[in-house]
Write a protein that binds this ligand. Structure first.
Ligand code: CU
Length: 140
């Protein structure tokens, strides 16, 4: 046997052991820092399990978006106050017809109205109707 070969082998083995020990230390120290599981837990509130086929209308600025929505009888429209102070009042030409109303103008809320009969339903926002904040629900 060649003693030089044995020496070389021992050196390689020692280096290997050192490498393993090193990487072990690195991996164990970094594995404990990545355990934040629930960063976004609010995903189920926006478009989760309300009624099937509900249509959402956003209120912001001086407009409803989309301005016109088409649904089937039995479905609901959900208005979402994105920003600003608004209300949702049924009627055309800025005059209420008493079919539905969200309440006093407010902000940061939602209003859902179910439509059981076919027809065209105009509505508007009282504070901004003169600025053109009107909408329409077409029920088929
Ligand atoms: Cu408004």
């Amino acid at each position: 046997m060649n003693p030089k070969k044995n020496l070389a082998f021992a050196a390689v083995a020692a280096a290997f052991v050192t490498l393993v020990a090193c990487s072990d230390g690195n991996s164990s120290s970094s594995s404990s820092s990545s355990s934040s599981s629930s960063s976004s837990s609010s995903s189920s509130s926006s478009s989760g399990s309300s009624g099937a086929g509900d249509v959402t209308v956003n209120l912001s600025g001086t407009s409803f978006s989309p301005k016109t929505v088409t649904i089937k009888a039995g479905q609901s429209v959900k208005w979402v106050w994105v920003s600003g102070t608004h209300d949702v009042v049924s009627g055309s030409s800025c005059s209420p017809d008493g079919k539905f109303k969200s309440g006093s103008p407010t902000s940061g809320t939602t209003f859902t109205q179910k439509f059981d009969t076919a027809g065209t339903f105009d509505y508007f926002c009282t504070p901004h109707c003169s600025a053109g904040m009107t909408g329409q629900v077409i029920v088929q």
